[in-house]
Design a protein around this ligand. Structure first.
Ligand SMILES: [Zn+2]
Ligand SMILES: [Zn+2]
Length: 748
């Protein structure tokens, strides 16, 4: 390696460039290489970045070129394929590579923590060896066995000349069905001590068998799907696994993953936030006897680092995680699975780097030459379109496994029936009937809290959020008003601040529906599940368990109820307000509504009892509801595709949005107007707007957007490439923020 080598480093900074450094002096233990982290001086600070390339020239004058301080990794933390994926993501989303790379690393790794796996283990102490020799431990047979095992392993390691270290949880777990209690007791007696060691490379412990649990009986459709995917394991092949709720998609994933593991390769499974439940993870651990890494937003930084290290070391054979797990360092990848591919949580919408994990997973599979399976009961319209064009192979699971029948669905016309607190008479009668026949009932309402507004009965005042164009939601249990858009909170007033008259909550949320149902059905145990309940770790689990066990007979909840436990005794699902989403300005709102209704309805009658679904609406004749009811999701999707084609929305066009926010609406709109003026618009491309956002004021800032629409993806991206530098060079008020969103999901 020449001493003149220049490192091109991606740093976590909002700048569209790489930073050049000389190799560290002295050279240090680890040689610089693309994909490795380096610590570099940056101004007066030190930053951790990732080497993107090595080169022999730089435009920086020799006296200005600084040396990197240290190469942190012995081996790259991003292999060549992941480096390509990150480069692709930076280009496709027109986002600074440094921020893309940062998004792909856990926080502690961004701060420079070692990438090597640190494994907890136990070694015997001198006192412990004495106790073994003198037989002092033999009165506790289990402790004796465990201590003897650990000592035996230490002796064997010395004889084999392998590095001295303690016994790991994996090793103990393979030797004993239970061991933790014995280890705890031995540590308490001073005969064992807990320590750790750095494990380089995958675990050498071979599990006794790959499978812990037997595969379930597969239906003909499941077998056909498994065979089709397994026939394509040696190449890039995208599949849509379109299976209705209860049709056994997970079993297909498990069987295919088994084959991949047997080939010595690893699996990456992406699931939506709401779908990554302990039950799903339990299904994987119950089936496979291999280490699993789980990555999701609920982890502490330390837990996330440990899962990432385990994946990087090749120790975890299955990586299962939410959105950002698409960047997990899984080497020797054999398959990618995206479960509930339609779910909006796969799109990062909050930070500056707005990527779609589903779309990047597709690129990752393509670059790795492996199959990818997109699973859903309600595929996105884009995915159905790709399947219709034969870009994806469709595998259908049209039937539920076991005896269960599809539920019967009907609408209840809210204009024709008495309604009390959001519940119509026919809905209450149906609930009574199902509860009387020992069934369980699920009541779905897509709104948490007690009531969506607090109103003065005298002067018409409605409790507004001071920071947003929104009303505050009443949370009666917490005696608070809360804004669901900015998080603002206020104590619940008893009197109108304007005229002093009494105020009252108007409309329904989950809390109020629960209260009303308690009045209707005083003897029936009721459970509620929404984000307020789920905030405390474990509480959502408790609710699910109560419903699954039959302790609770009625469950009131938001879409959180659609995932996790099976509720085979739920025979009736009531959808309280289907009408949100029928008349939205966002062209994707009907799709989301249809998906929610189908997903919620899928909870009915999953055992051997037939289910019933009742949808309350003031517009039961609306074509969307009619198609959904009579032809199911496929019928709805056919109509939705026709509408999208007629109005040139995706998938018949490509979109990008430039969003701006400022302390006044005028400033946000003015900036976008100037940006639009700076555009050289090619033929076939449209720049629409600027328009204020549907909720213009949010968290004290005013939001507006420009929309770019083009039928041709390449044209759109070339346009953005030339336009972005012009926008970046515009002078803007200090408080103005703007961002680019490629393939935006929400247009409000
Ligand atoms: Zn008033
Ligand atoms: Zn607010």
């Amino acid at each position: 390696m020449s001493a003149e080598q220049i490192l091109q480093v991606a740093l976590d900074a909002p700048l569209r460039r790489l930073f050049d450094y000389r190799t560290p002096e002295p050279a240090g233990r680890c040689a610089p290489q693309p994909g490795k982290r380096v610590r570099v001086p940056f101004g007066r600070r030190q930053l951790v970045g990732v080497v993107v390339a090595l080169t022999d020239h730089t435009d920086i004058p020799p006296d200005k070129l600084r040396a990197a301080l240290e190469v942190l990794d012995e081996a790259p933390v991003f292999d060549a394929r992941l480096q390509h994926l990150l480069a692709f993501a930076a280009q496709y989303y027109h986002h600074p590579i440094g921020e893309v790379v940062a998004a792909a690393l856990p926080k502690l790794a961004r701060d420079g923590a070692t990438a090597v796996e640190v494994i907890a283990c136990w070694v015997s102490t001198a006192a412990g060896r004495d106790a073994l020799a003198t037989g002092a431990v033999s009165r506790a047979p289990k402790q004796c066995e465990v201590l003897a095992f650990i000592e035996q392993q230490a002796v064997e390691r010395t004889q084999l000349g392998t590095p001295a270290r303690g016994s790991t949880a994996d090793e103990l777990g393979n030797a004993f069905p239970t061991w933790r209690e014995a280890v705890r007791a031995l540590v308490a007696r001073g005969w064992l001590t807990a320590t750790e060691y750095e494990r380089h490379g995958p675990s050498t412990t071979t599990p006794s068998a790959l499978l812990r649990g037997e595969p379930l009986h597969a239906t003909d459709e499941q077998l056909a799907a498994i065979t089709a995917i397994e026939a394509a394991l040696d190449r890039y092949a995208p599949f849509l696994l379109h299976g209705i709720t209860g049709s056994g998609k997970t079993e297909v994933y498990l069987r295919v993953i088994e084959t991949v593991l047997r080939q010595g390769r690893n699996a990456l499974v992406l699931v939506p936030e709401i779908g990554l439940t302990p039950q799903l993870v339990a299904r994987f651990t119950a089936r496979f006897h291999v280490p699993l890494a789980v990555l999701h937003s609920g982890l502490t930084d330390t837990e996330r680092l440990a899962a990432w290290r385990s994946s990087l070391a090749g120790n975890a054979r299955i990586v299962i995680g939410t959105r950002s797990a698409v960047f997990a360092p899984v080497n020797n990848l054999g398959i990618v699975i995206v479960d509930e591919e339609h779910d909006a949580s796969f799109k990062q919408q909050d930070t500056a780097f707005r990527y779609s994990a589903r779309d990047l997973a597709m690129v990752r599979a393509q670059q790795s030459g492996i199959p990818i399976v997109l699973g859903s009961a309600t595929p996105s319209i884009e995915t159905l379109h790709n399947a219709a064009l034969a870009r994806y192979t469709t595998l259908s699971l049209p039937r539920r496994t076991g005896q269960s029948m599809p539920p019967r669905a009907a609408t209840i016309d809210l204009r024709q029936h008495a309604v009390r607190q959001g519940l119509s008479t026919p809905a209450v009668e149906a609930m009574r009937r199902h509860l009387g026949a020992d069934g369980q009932v699920l009541v779905f309402i897509n709104r948490r809290g007690y009531a969506p507004s607090l109103v003065c009965t005298a002067c018409g005042w409605m409790a507004p959020c001071g920071e947003c164009d929104a009303r505050l939601t009443v949370h009666l249990g917490a005696a608070q008003l809360r804004c669901h858009h900015c998080g603002a909170q206020a104590p619940l007033p008893e009197h109108c601040p304007q005229c002093g008259y009494a105020v009252r909550p108007v409309g329904q949320g989950t809390e109020r529906v629960e209260e009303t149902l308690t009045e209707w059905f005083p003897d029936v145990p009721i459970a509620r599940l929404d984000r307020d309940i789920a905030r405390r770790r474990g509480d959502a689990e408790d609710v699910m368990t109560r419903v699954a066990s039959g302790d609770a007979r009625i469950l009131v909840g938001t879409q959180m109820v659609t995932k996790g436990h099976d509720f085979p005794n739920v025979t009736l699902v009531v959808v309280l307000n289907a009408d949100q989403g029928l008349f939205s300005t966002d062209f994707r709102a009907p799709e989301r509504l249809a998906q929610t209704i189908i997903q919620v309805a899928g909870r009915a009658g999953r055992g051997d009892k037939p289910g019933e679904v009742l949808i309350q609406s003031e517009y039961p004749e609306h074509p969307l509801l009619q198609h959904l009811l009579h032809e199911g999701y496929d019928g709805f999707a056919r109509e939705a595709l026709k509408e999208r084609e007629a109005s040139a929305w995706p998938p018949y066009s490509r979109l990008a949005a430039i969003r701006a926010s400022a302390l006044t609406l005028a400033a946000a709109v003015e900036f976008l107007r100037t940006a639009r003026g700076a555009a050289v618009v090619p033929r076939g491309l449209k720049v629409l707007g600027p328009v204020p956002a549907a909720m213009a004021k949010r968290a004290s800032r005013y939001h507006a957007q420009l929309l770019v629409e083009c039928a041709d993806r390449a044209t759109l991206h070339r346009f953005i490439d030339t336009w972005l530098p012009r926008i970046e060079s515009l002078t803007a008020p200090r408080d103005l923020r703007w961002s680019l969103d490629i393939d935006p999901l929400e247009l409000s």
